[in-house]
Design a protein around this ligand. Structure first.
Ligand code: TYD
Ligand code: MG
Length: 452
């Protein structure tokens, strides 16, 4: 009879090894290998039985059933899902603890049509705690049933007896399958519980949301270990100190992965932000040096955000460089290019960059606005407040073309900007735009001088 064996599994990527490593040899994370006992499956020893197989049919002969997507009522979430929840689909929502995953899922229960029965399984909070939260969010849906349960076999019984129209599991790291020896939150438990719940939900064509915590120190298995099982993976991101939250789609079998949804956390739960650019630009200082408006693509959606730069003489020793919302190494590189190629000297200056609103500018097109905000602070000359800039800066100090020009320009025009600074190469290929001045720039110096 096969024996149980001990293996070490990485909680970040699911890599399995008979030996312990301080650093996972697959994903390179430290201290993420966890000891687990894998029991020999009884099923493996069963004799092979003959299986009936279906008659093969070509894909052209398959008749699709009409696609009936369930609307969650939160427009931003529906868009990220590709137009609503597909029957029988399994959606994973990952995110840091406390970011608002439970709030989001409880909130959709308010909007979902009254005829749909929702089963909310919580392994983290008691009935009373959930009731308190539901009251705060104003949810009085008579079709919402809450169960506090962590045993997967019991949950599966609920699923097959109650056949809800929507299932919510909060969170998968608290769930356990009795047949598996390892603790709740371990890689094997998380993976097997997900598969078991998926099997039960798919058999009844019930769509399900599964919450999974992202955990940096590897104490519990993260969403990465089940991404391949589910149909759709969403990440809920945001800085806990700011109220903005971005829902980003990483994988979607039934829609585009290029969509994001923007929310704001308020006293009464999450509010949809339909015009994020306007929100990010509100309260912008006028005619002050050291600020510039950037345009970033979030998937297919352009977002405008303000970049602030501050350059001050270094008091002592090495100059300091600091970046919030922008890559530190990219900042060092930009400063080197500005110094060597464009003749702006930062070597005895401290330089700070901050992106307002907790957004991250990790796209090359945001090089130009960052550089302009720094030069503007250095020279103490303000960039016009009707200017939006975008363009990648090359190591020779040239401004290189970027993608999605039309979308960026229309977003800037929509928000009332009058001058758009863009790479010269992009301008050459554009036909005219009315009511807005397009300025093509070849070098950083030329760009700065054309907008001050
Ligand atoms: P929660 O949904 O419990 O996070 P998660 O399930 O991802 O761990 O969100 C908790 C945070 O949200 C907490 O810091 C308080 C905040 N919050 C509000 O600001 N307003 C609200 O109406 C609610 C319900 C939560
Ligand atoms: Mg929660």
């Amino acid at each position: 009879m096969p024996k149980d064996r001990t293996v070490y599994i990485c909680t970040q990527c699911g890599f399995e090894s008979p030996k312990w490593y301080g650093k996972c040899t697959s994903c390179g994370e430290w201290n993420t290998m966890q000891e687990e006992v894998v029991s020999a499956r009884p099923a493996a020893s069963k004799p092979q039985k003959t299986r009936s197989i279906q008659k093969l049919q070509p894909v052209s002969d398959i008749q699709p059933k009409g696609e009936r997507r369930l609307k969650t009522g939160l427009g931003e979430l529906d868009r990220v899902l590709g137009g609503g929840i597909v029957p029988g689909s399994l959606v994973l929502i990952g995110g840091d603890p406390g970011i608002g995953k439970s709030t989001l899922l409880l909130q959709i229960c308010r909007y979902i049509d009254d005829n749909n029965k929702i089963l909310y399984v919580s392994g983290e909070e008691s009935l009373r705690q959930i009731k308190l939260r539901a009251d705060r969010l104003g949810i009085a849906n008579g079709n919402l049933y809450i169960v506090c349960e962590t045993d997967v076999d019991t949950i599966i019984q609920y699923i097959s007896h109650e056949t809800p129209d929507l299932l919510i599991i909060d969170s998968i790291q608290t769930m356990t399958l009795e047949a598996i020896a390892s603790a709740a939150g371990s890689v094997t438990q998380v993976r097997e519980s997900t598969s078991a719940i998926m099997k039960a939900a798919k058999a009844e064509e019930i769509p399900a949301f599964i919450v999974s915590h992202v955990n940096k120190d590897g104490a519990i298995a993260g969403p990465k270990v089940m991404e391949h099982i589910v149909d759709c993976v969403l990440y809920f991101e945001g800085d806990r100190n700011t109220s903005y939250r971005i829902l980003r789609c990483i994988k979607n079998r039934y829609g585009s992965t290029n969509e994001i949804g923007v929310f704001e956390m308020s006293d009464h739960g999450l509010l949809e932000v339909e015009n994020p650019s306007m929100m990010l630009l509100s309260g912008r200082p006028r005619n002050v040096s050291g600020t510039c408006v950037a345009c970033k693509m979030e998937g297919t959606r352009p977002l405008l955000a303000e970049v602030q730069g501050l350059v001050t003489p270094t008091g002592f020793g090495n100059p300091r460089r600091m970046a919030t919302g922008f890559d530190y190494n990219r900042l060092s590189l930009l400063l080197a290019v500005l110094e060597k190629r464009s003749g702006y000297f930062f070597s005895n200056m401290d330089a700070y960059v901050n992106v307002v609103g907790g957004l991250r500018l990790d796209e090359p097109a945001c090089d130009l606005p960052v550089a302009l905000s720094l030069i503007s602070s250095l020279k103490d000359q303000s960039v016009g407040d009707d200017v939006v800039a975008f363009g990648e800066i090359g190591l020779a100090g040239e401004i290189r073309s970027v993608s999605n020009i039309e979308a960026r320009i229309s977003e800037a025009v929509r928000l009332g900007f009058k001058r758009i600074l863009l790479p010269y190469q992009n301008l050459k290929r554009l036909s005219g735009h009315q009511g807005v001045e397009l300025i093509g720039a070849k070098t950083v110096r030329e760009a700065f001088e054309s907008v001050v």
